[in-house]
Design a protein around this ligand. Structure first.
Ligand SMILES: NC(=O)c1ccc[n+]([C@@H]2O[C@H](COP(=O)([O-])OP(=O)(O)OC[C@H]3O[C@@H](n4cnc5c(N)ncnc54)[C@H](OP(=O)(O)O)[C@@H]3O)[C@@H](O)[C@H]2O)c1
Length: 282
């Protein structure tokens, strides 16, 4: 069975390849689809087959996917360009007769108020219309996202946000990667939509506590308005548009965008997901 992974030089993609190798898939049967060959040198050195195919290059994608049985489509990182990119991958997968696609979507995608959601919903629809057997992996937030709070917390003893009393069911990248590897190597997942997040979900004060445990100091959560949080992020040097996007995400998170009671993640990986403290300490 030949299994391809897009975004293979990225953080999640790298973990997925590690998980596939751990599950006994021979390195040569793993196709790492990358846009930057130099960045894939480590994968090639481990015997993984590397195919260079940027999401914009339909022909290269089809070539990379020829002979591939199953694909993990890791969602792209260029927000706003992703639907066109995912369309290229799905069309190439169909043309190359790939038998199965697992797509990394977003937790609660259809109801999510996160600005990230519409591209994921549209990609899920494309997959459904493609006729290719597939599974949707609706990944929640990575605990690692809160690593950006570590340095400010060291300096101020505070973690800032605007998520109110939201609860976040997150996990480590490696957990989501393992779930993707389980699904793409296993059977019985076709047509499934998995809502993936860790349990228990944490409030922002509890996440601040985990940040504190990771740095060995007490850290308090300071809840701000979206405007205050945005101004703080800009003050810390983030470009205005990025600061605005991140602050708006907290408004959606406050609305429950990243909360789920689903146990799909631990059911798939057969263990509890990594805790916030462990992920942030790593
Ligand atoms: N759940 C969450 O909390 C969360 C957080 C952030 C992102 N995400 C989503 O999950 C995905 C994986 O996360 P991650 O942490 O692994 O992100 P990442 O480390 O930024 O990896 C993204 C990967 O996509 C590749 N890529 C980007 N644009 C491409 C293009 N035009 N053609 C081909 N490859 C392209 C990158 O290639 P290079 O290595 O060459 O840059 C990289 O390998 C992200 O792309 C995003 O959709 C989820």
């Amino acid at each position: 069975m030949r299994i391809a992974v897009t975004g293979a030089t990225g953080q999640l993609g790298g973990h997925i390849i590690d998980s596939l190798l751990k599950r006994g898939i021979p390195a040569a049967d793993i196709v790492a689809i990358v846009r930057n060959e130099a960045k894939a040198a480590g994968l090639a050195a481990r015997g993984v087959t590397v195919a260079v195919a940027p999401y914009e290059d339909a022909e290269a994608l089809q070539q990379a996917l020829t002979g591939v049985d199953r694909l993990v489509l890791v969602s792209g990182s260029e927000v706003g360009k992703r639907l066109a990119q995912h369309t290229n991958v799905i069309n190439a997968a169909r043309a190359a007769e790939v038998g199965f696609v697992a797509y990394t979507s977003l937790l609660n995608a259809p109801t999510s108020k996160l600005s990230l959601a519409p591209e994921h919903v549209a990609t899920e629809r494309l997959l459904a219309e493609s006729g290719i057997d597939h599974t949707v992996l609706r990944n929640g937030w990575y605990w690692e996202n809160y690593a950006s709070a570590l340095e400010p917390a060291k300096a101020t003893g505070k973690m800032f946000g605007a998520a109110g009393d939201a609860r976040v069911a997150a996990a480590a990248r490696a957990d989501y990667a393992e779930a993707a590897a389980v699904v793409v190597t296993g059977d019985g997942h076709v047509g499934m939509v998995y809502e993936l997040g860790g349990t228990p979900a944490l409030t922002y004060p509890e996440i601040a506590e985990a940040v504190g445990e990771a740095i060995g100091a007490e850290v308090d959560y300071v809840n701000e308005s979206v405007a205050e949080y945005r101004a703080g992020l800009e003050g810390a040097g983030l470009p205005a548009d990025l600061a605005g996007m991140i602050a708006e995400w907290d408004a959606a998170i406050a609305d429950g965008a990243l909360y789920s009671e689903s146990t799909d993640l631990q059911d798939l990986i057969g263990r509890p997901a990594t805790s916030a403290t462990a992920a942030l300490s790593a």
